[in-house]
Design a protein. Structure first.
Length: 227
């Protein structure tokens, strides 16, 4: 079985797929970030996974035709300007009877308990930045219709609403705020002083034992190419 993990990042799912397809299958993890790919290669070496291969490339330039039995795409389409064109490329790269699996976010399903001003401001800023970059952080609910339009059949859909009281899942919002801070400042969406306050407040909120922080709601859709 031949699989492709597009926008594979650090390759966590690529390695899971490689284990699932076994020694007779192979998985290609494709990303345009060489640093993430190096981590992925290192991880594969350490975990003795030898049927995963990592390739540096831009998915918008993918020219593969009828090559893969399964293509997996997580948290990529919400980051690109033309997800419909990318979907068409993924469809073309699938073999007949191949399956395309897409997971992506909807920031409108991103919440905290109790309600917190710093968290809400972070969610708002993330969406404003995406709008400025011409990308869609609420693409999740559109995926099903987009996949129908792309020609996939036998579609299935599930929804993952993950919420955390501790651990990495809970700190994801603060980690993401830190990661997008330079872009927020550059885009003029927030002043440095306010950003520092949001960061401190969000950190304090995240560390409290009696608060909850969700992930953005995740739509999971998969479908088959007939021919
Ligand atoms: C949010 S991360 C998701 C990583 C991984 N799929 C996961 O779910 O853990 C998005 C990844 O897509 C990659 N990416 C974004 N646009 C890309 C493009 N046009 N071509 C290749 N990789 C791209 C980024 O470098 C990043 O590693």
């Amino acid at each position: 079985m031949s699989c492709l993990d597009v926008g594979c990042g650090g390759g966590a799912v690529t390695l899971d797929l490689a284990r699932l397809v076994g020694p007779n299958g192979r998985v290609v993890g494709l990303d345009f970030d060489p640093v993430k790919l190096e981590h992925a290669r290192q991880d594969a070496l350490e975990k003795h996974v030898d049927n995963a291969f990592f390739v540096e490339a831009d998915v918008t330039e993918l020219e593969d035709v009828n090559l893969y039995d399964l293509i997996y795409c997580r948290f990529l389409l919400s980051h690109v300007k033309d997800p419909v064109a990318m979907l068409a490329k993924l469809f073309r790269a699938l073999k007949a009877k191949g399956v395309l699996v897409i997971e992506d976010v909807d920031f409108r399903g991103h919440f905290s308990y109790p309600k917190n001003a710093a968290f809400d401001r972070y969610v708002d800023l993330f969406q404003q930045l995406a709008k400025k970059n011409d990308t869609n952080p609420n693409i999740g609910r559109k995926l099903h219709a987009m996949m129908v339009d792309a020609g996939l059949v036998n579609l299935e859909i599930t929804l993952a609403d993950l919420v955390f009281d501790k651990g990495d899942g809970k700190t994801t919002a603060k980690v993401t705020l830190d990661a997008i801070a330079p872009a927020l400042l550059k885009a003029g969406l927030v002043e440095k002083a306010e950003l520092a306050t949001i960061g401190e407040e969000l950190d304090k909120f995240t560390k409290s034992k009696r608060t909850l922080v969700s992930m953005p709601r995740i739509f999971q859709v998969w479908g088959t190419k007939v021919k």
